[in-house]
Design a binder for this molecule. Structure first.
Ligand SMILES: [Zn+2]
Length: 337
């Protein structure tokens, strides 16, 4: 009998609960040790290519499976809301939600950061980092060492599947926000925008700054540190830098694609229970059920805020030149000083 894959079972349960309200497709299948693992993409709401899109990606690093669980919990909430909440149903007539909760199914199943080929998918794009790097920035020496970037000539199937979903579902939209969930860095929850590969100010910095100011004003006690990822570390092969640059190169005027990485600070859990250190998932996953439940709840406010931002871009994504200039100045002083 095959070993159970609880996250995949949970995904199938929530898809069944959503029923005909969701479109679910297997965008890729990866094999490992004779077993096939599907990669699912679920979308809800408007099918119009010009509808704004909010998308969630999890399990890119299989060990950080709390990301997958937070997304599945959010999908459960949505499934229940859609039964009665007319406002939520109306939102979906003018926008689309996209979910890829288990991008790296072999990694999630086996509890490894990398995929079945030993590749760190978040080091797998062709983007090269600029400036001072470390081993964790990515290496092409060996799959036996961590942070292995894989073969230079082609991206891994999982990474390609993610890029296809972003191209097909997000790029045609006038406004698209992607949230990629990870865990493991530091004691604070961080919300990162590009770049991860260099310290150059990211082209849509004014809009990122406007979004941060809006969030700070609405939720002054929020828990996130919002910053460009390069503020903390610089890496090669980041998929979001790769997709973002691709979007900028081909986008029509006025289109915006904002990729965000939510890095849940797992050292918080460690500090509260140091025995985590001695368990396989402990560094990246809250082991106690109450702590896990708390993390499932913790980010719902952020997700709802981002959804509102998607529906009301006038407050942050459509800026007149004067305001854009001011915000850009503030952003540069804040993050790139
Ligand atoms: Zn990660």
């Amino acid at each position: 009998m095959q070993r159970a894959f609880s996250e995949l079972d949970e995904l199938e349960t929530v898809v069944a609960r959503l029923g005909s309200r969701a479109r679910c497709r297997v965008v890729e299948t990866v094999a490992c040790k004779g077993r096939e693992f599907p990669i699912h993409c679920i979308s809800l709401g408007s099918e119009r290519p010009d509808a704004p899109v909010l998308a969630f990606f999890g399990g890119i690093h299989g060990l950080e499976k709390i990301g997958t669980e937070v997304i599945l919990a959010y999908m459960q909430t949505i499934a229940a809301l859609l039964d009665w909440d007319e406002e939520f149903n109306t939102r979906l007539t003018k926008s689309r939600l996209v979910f890829m909760p288990i991008v790296n199914p072999v990694g999630v199943f086996r509890g490894t950061r990398c995929n079945g080929n030993g590749v760190d998918l978040m080091r797998n794009s062709p983007i090269e980092s600029v400036g001072k790097t470390r081993l964790y920035s990515g290496q092409r020496l060996s799959a036996r060492l961590p942070w292995y970037r894989g073969d230079e000539s082609r991206m891994e199937k999982e990474a390609q599947a993610l890029c296809r979903v972003v191209h097909d579902e997000l790029f045609p939209a006038p406004l698209a926000i992607a949230v990629d969930l990870h865990s493991g860095f530091g004691i604070q929850d961080r919300l990162w925008f590009p770049y991860a590969s260099n310290h150059t100010p990211y082209p849509d910095i004014a809009e990122a700054c406007a979004l941060k100011q809006l969030f700070d004003a609405c939720y002054p006690h929020h828990v996130y540190k919002i910053e460009p990822m390069s503020q903390e570390y610089v890496i090669s092969g980041d998929l979001w830098d790769y997709l973002y640059d691709d979007h900028v190169a081909r986008r029509a005027r006025g289109k915006l694609f904002l990729p965000l990485t939510l890095e849940m600070g797992s050292w918080l859990w460690l500090r509260k229970n140091p025995t985590h250190l001695f368990q396989r998932h402990g560094l990246f996953h809250p082991l106690l059920p109450h702590r896990q439940q708390r993390i499932m709840r913790r980010h719902l406010t952020l997700f709802d805020f981002l959804y509102r931002c998607l529906l009301h871009p006038g407050a942050w994504a459509i800026l007149d030149p004067e305001r854009q200039q001011i915000l850009r100045g503030q952003a540069l002083a804040n993050w790139y000083g």
